[in-house]
Design a protein around this ligand. Structure first.
Ligand code: GDP
Length: 470
């Protein structure tokens, strides 16, 4: 078993400081998707850049002086991308991965504004440095930046502080930093981020701040300047989040303790492991009864779970084969219902099905660190399953499928509070969906359907307007 995932992970760490980095691979089958050697060399170069420019290095201090000067400067050795959290943990992890890829493509150093609720979740991914933004960073209240802030790219364009067609602009005439507002409520001018011209201007700004709740990687494929690099780094396009998440996200020892204790207690001995990730969203309501029936209909139709059968005799049991089903949800009702059903009845195949659920937190509490630790632990536990059923629209499920490298069966969203038919669809790829992509063709200067333009980008199974790589 290669602990360092065939060179994806740097050997320059101390094992005890982050056990998950070395032990996680033992909990799942080796990934059939090998990363390119080009990606590995880009990662090693990035790590060297991060070490040179990272917090507390002389070059970082030089860049902080530039930031305080109020304008950009042409010849800085280090340029930065500062990420701030927004929305739930799944959203956050998708945007960290997207921001990291953008940093790789633009030779920037990625720093994270780690709020208290994100403490003790992830190990440092880059050796001999930190990705945590120092607390004395001169721009305060990063989380308050929003659509209306004057520093958004869109507002700078609107107020003519930046002229997007002026690709020859001198860096000195540009602001010291620009805030990229890529949240789902973003408007046309902020969406111009996905245009080549605009990227040429943004390349001259030394500090970019970013806040998003979306996996915006598919949008980077519409930028012709990144096309070759993306192709070399990821010849298999549907593996981008798979490789990036395995590279970036290593639960800290505290979270790893939760993961391993649970895995050994409830999952390790089963012949087969299935994960069912259940998430209902306020904007698409559905009752617990109807959603439970939809989950079972999907599992039975797709032969993921055996149906229950009253008539089979005990002697027909299938050699004692066991399947364990890991249920994750904020509620316990789904788990209770399925567990009782398979406790009270025999299965048609004779298989023994057991159910477990690590937590039922009732409500989302992203502001609580211990709540986020449980969420992270459950994403990882789901990623150790052989088969996944996930809830449409949920970024929580995208994380599990991406780390696992699995194409899940996606529970489609209800319509008018009724279960859809079919209840679920197999995902075309393991990539997450970009929920609100732009719809502007920068070259043609008109609105188009970006789900129809590139060969390897399609609309998502669960979000009609969304796009994903496959
Ligand atoms: P999304 O809202 O489904 O896209 O996923 P997010 O992860 O961005 O936000 C949902 C948040 O609610 C999670 O991060 C958790 O804090 C919480 N949550 C939702 N479902 C579960 C679950 O099954 N288990 C746990 N522990 N927390 C959950």
């Amino acid at each position: 078993m290669d602990k360092l995932l065939d060179g994806l992970l740097s050997p320059n760490f101390e094992e005890q400081s982050c056990q998950s980095r070395y032990q996680s691979s033992a909990y799942r089958k080796p990934s059939p998707h090998k990363q390119s050697s080009y990606l590995i060399s880009r990662l090693r170069n990035y790590e060297a850049l991060h070490k040179r420019c990272g917090p507390n290095s002389p070059l970082y201090h030089k860049s902080i002086s530039q930031l305080k000067s109020g304008h950009s400067m042409g010849l800085m050795e280090c340029n930065y991308l500062v990420w701030s959290p927004f929305n739930g943990l799944g959203n956050r992890m998708l945007t960290i991965a997207s921001a990291f890829l953008y940093a790789l493509l633009t030779n920037r150093v990625l720093l994270l504004h780690v709020t208290n609720d994100l403490d003790d979740l992830f190990c440092e991914p880059f050796p001999d440095s930190t990705w945590v933004l120092p607390s004395d960073f001169p721009i305060k209240d990063l989380e308050k930046l929003n659509l209306g802030s004057e520093q958004t790219y869109g507002n700078y364009l609107k107020n003519k502080r930046i002229i997007r067609t002026d690709v020859k602009v001198m860096a000195e005439s540009l602001p010291a930093y620009v805030y990229l507002h890529l949240e789902h409520d973003y408007k046309h001018l902020d969406r111009l981020f996905f245009c080549d011209n605009d990227q040429q201007v943004l390349a001259k700004v030394n500090w970019l701040l970013i806040k998003s709740d979306m996996y915006f990687v598919p949008g980077l494929f519409f930028l012709s300047q990144f096309e070759d690099e993306l192709g070399w780094m990821f010849p298999e396009r549907e593996t981008i989040f798979h490789h990036l998440s395995r590279y970036l996200f290593h639960p800290t020892n505290s979270v790893w303790g939760m993961i391993t204790r649970y895995y050994i207690s409830y999952m390790a001995n089963a012949d087969e492991k299935m994960g069912i990730q259940i998430r209902t969203l306020p904007h698409i309501p559905i009752s617990i009864e109807i959603f439970s029936d939809q989950i079972l209909a999907c599992s039975w139709q797709e032969n993921l779970l055996p149906s229950i059968n009253q008539s089979i005799t005990q002697a027909e049991m299938n050699g004692g084969r066991t399947k364990t089903v890991l249920v994750t949800s904020l509620n316990s009702e789904y788990y209770e219902k399925m567990k009782s059903m398979y406790y009270e009845h025999r299965t048609s195949t004779g298989e023994i099905i057991s159910f477990s659920q690590p937590s039922h937190e009732v409500k989302q509490h992203t502001e609580k660190q211990s709540h986020n630790q449980k969420a992270l632990a459950e994403m990882f536990l789901l990623s150790y399953c052989d088969v996944l059923v996930t809830s449409g629209w949920s970024t929580f499920g995208y994380i599990a499928q991406g780390i696992a490298g699995l194409k899940p069966w996606i529970l489609l969203s209800p319509k008018d509070q009724k279960a859809p038919d079919p209840p679920c669809r197999r995902a075309m790829s393991m990539e997450p969906c970009f929920h609100s992509p732009p719809s502007y063709d920068c070259k043609a200067n008109k609105n188009v359907d970006l789900g129809q333009i590139l060969r390897h980008v399609r609309h998502c199974e669960d979000v009609e307007r969304g796009i994903k790589l496959f």
